[in-house]
Design a protein. Structure first.
Lengths: 241, 305
């Protein structure tokens, strides 16, 4: 069966799920309903964004005025696929095929295969520069309402391409640009002065919160930041603790 | 005569006026030429500073948002330095852009090897779906830039150079032109190499094809030319020698044939000076070309570069 046929066939079986269903959905990919902190480091951030912040759904996935979410940290995408399935972008019955030849769901996402995925990622340090361009492109077309979000990891910040984007976006005043850094202390060399300080030095608005606390995440995601791009550093359990 | 690059900003400024999808992304290089465009279209002319990964990444995001980005800097910083962005942010994301380079293989020899990019076209050959234009005259550059921007969401590379032929020809963004017809070999001259090839083959019984769009390669034109001129083929390219040897071989896969690929050598000269001196050092001046073409069409295996 081709991917297109698969999509057509499973379109009817699409349903939506809640936060409590996410471990079960991830289990369809991993074969286990219990997941360590590394596999779920992004889970709460993704859930709060898709459940309460992003103005995008399966029916508006091609709408020029939609909010964009660009998963830059494409490694370990089970939580992402689970949230996309929970929100009805893709059918849950795709999840068990995760990583197989006939599955659209790879260990790194491909935007041409995954409904709702704005970019393909896997090689680190690509999402934030692309998000900068997306924000520029929307602004150039008079689309001042859609928000652009990207999610990166704390170790991903090692990639120099991020620093090209961070240093540009602040002075350029890209206030529709938002970055979430999921900080599970996985960088070998912690950023001197902390992650938020790096962004603040470049003129960004910054909040640092508990990456498991849904109310704190929501407050940080929706904090006003006129004239400046906004970063939320979401701290979770250390990867190697 | 003005240069191809002198035409670039005025042409693209007009395209910005005509088409609301067109955007320009720069990394300082050439930004001074877009002052008027920036005043007229402040949101569609973006200078990201000296940040070439962001240059290509931002172009990808603009294309994802629905624009047609035109991206410009020196070839070494447009194709080589951010090559993974070219591969992933454009190719893998399945979006298009027009990459317009300057400085070519050695337009500024006094600048040294850091500003030379003879390998740009060969690198793009490792990727799928790129159209590559190599104009040989400012008029052709203008035509090919317009073709490139108008090519839907295609991935297009336009290689501008200070090296130029004396006269422009009516290029169409697709096919090779037949400039001279003979019966004892086909010489394909790419872009700025045409005048040197015409001088080198003066009085020789060879067909000269002129190529300004090298990808896709006009295999039909080459096959047609070999029908009367035979299947000894010489390629004269202004970038890395042998870049098009494989596609020429593929074009003639079902007939016995020989191909000689002439162009810029891989070895670093570690010389400064003028581009004429570099052309001679790589055996691309008319005299060296004539010698190598004659030896090859006479059946001898050429030695050297």
């Amino acid at each position: 069966m081709t991917i297109t046929e698969q999509r057509a066939q499973s379109a009817q079986s699409t349903q939506t799920y809640g936060y409590a269903d996410l471990p079960g959905l991830m289990g369809l990919m991993t074969g286990d309903e219990k997941h360590g902190p590394a596999a779920t480091s992004t889970l709460d951030v993704l859930w709060v964004l898709y459940d309460r912040v992003l103005r995008v759904g399966p029916e508006s996935a091609d709408d020029p005025g939609r909010d964009r979410f660009l998963l830059s940290k494409g490694h370990g995408p089970m939580a992402y696929y689970a949230v996309l399935a929970a929100k009805g972008f893709l059918p849950a019955d795709w999840l068990p095929g995760f990583g197989s030849y006939d599955s659209p769901l790879g260990h790194h996402p491909d935007r041409t295969l995954v409904p709702g995925a704005e970019i393909g990622s896997g090689s680190l340090g690509h999402g934030l520069p692309i998000a900068v361009g997306t924000a520029l492109g929307l602004r150039a077309q008079g689309l001042h309402d859609p928000a652009v979000w990207t999610l990166i990891g704390d170790a991903e910040l090692d990639e120099g391409s991020n620093h090209e984007a961070i240093a540009f976006a602040g002075p350029a005043g890209l206030d529709r640009l938002h970055t979430v850094v999921v900080d599970n202390s996985s960088a070998s060399y912690a950023r001197p002065g902390g992650i938020a300080a790096r962004f603040e030095a470049a003129g960004w608005s910054a909040r640092t919160v508990d990456g498991r606390d849904h109310e704190a995440l929501h407050a940080a995601f929706t904090a006003p930041h006129p004239g400046r791009p906004h970063v939320v550093v979401a701290r979770v359990e250390p990867k190697n603790a | 005569m003005d240069s191809m690059r002198d035409r670039f900003a005025p042409v693209v400024t007009r395209l910005l006026d005509e088409d609301p999808r067109v955007a320009v992304v720069l990394a300082e290089v050439g930004a001074d030429r877009f002052g008027e465009a920036l005043r007229r279209h402040p949101d569609r002319v973006v200078n990201v500073g000296i940040r070439e990964q962001l240059l290509v990444g931002a172009a990808s995001g603009m294309a994802l948002a629905g624009l047609r980005p035109v991206v410009h800097t020196f070839a070494s910083f447009l194709v080589e330095r951010p090559f993974e962005q070219v591969k992933l942010d454009l190719g893998h994301q399945d979006v298009g852009a027009v990459l317009v380079s300057a400085a070519a293989s050695f337009d500024w020899p006094a600048g040294g090897y850091t500003h030379m990019a003879p390998g740009d076209v060969a690198l793009l050959d490792t990727l799928d779906g790129w159209t590559v234009h190599v104009p040989g005259h400012p008029d052709e550059a203008e035509t090919l830039l317009r073709h490139a921007v108008a090519a839907g969401d295609d991935k297009v590379y336009v290689r501008l150079s200070l090296q130029s032929n004396a006269a422009g020809r009516p290029v169409d963004g697709q096919r090779f032109l037949t400039v001279r017809e003979g019966r004892a070999g086909v010489v394909v001259a790419v872009g700025p190499m045409l005048d040197a090839v015409l001088a080198a083959t003066e009085g020789l019984d060879v067909t000269v094809l002129y190529a300004t769009t090298v990808r896709p390669f006009d295999a039909d034109a080459l096959r047609r030319a070999t029908a009367t001129a035979g299947t000894d083929v010489v390629l004269v390219e202004p970038y890395l020698a042998g870049t098009s040897t494989a596609v020429a071989n593929d074009a003639l896969a079902d007939v016995p044939h020989r191909v000689l690929g002439l162009g810029v050598g891989k070895a670093e000269l570690r010389r400064y000076g003028q581009f004429d001196e570099h052309l001679a050092a790589h055996g691309l001046d008319p005299r060296s070309l004539r010698e190598r073409i004659t030896r090859f069409t006479a059946g001898a295996v050429p030695a050297g570069v």
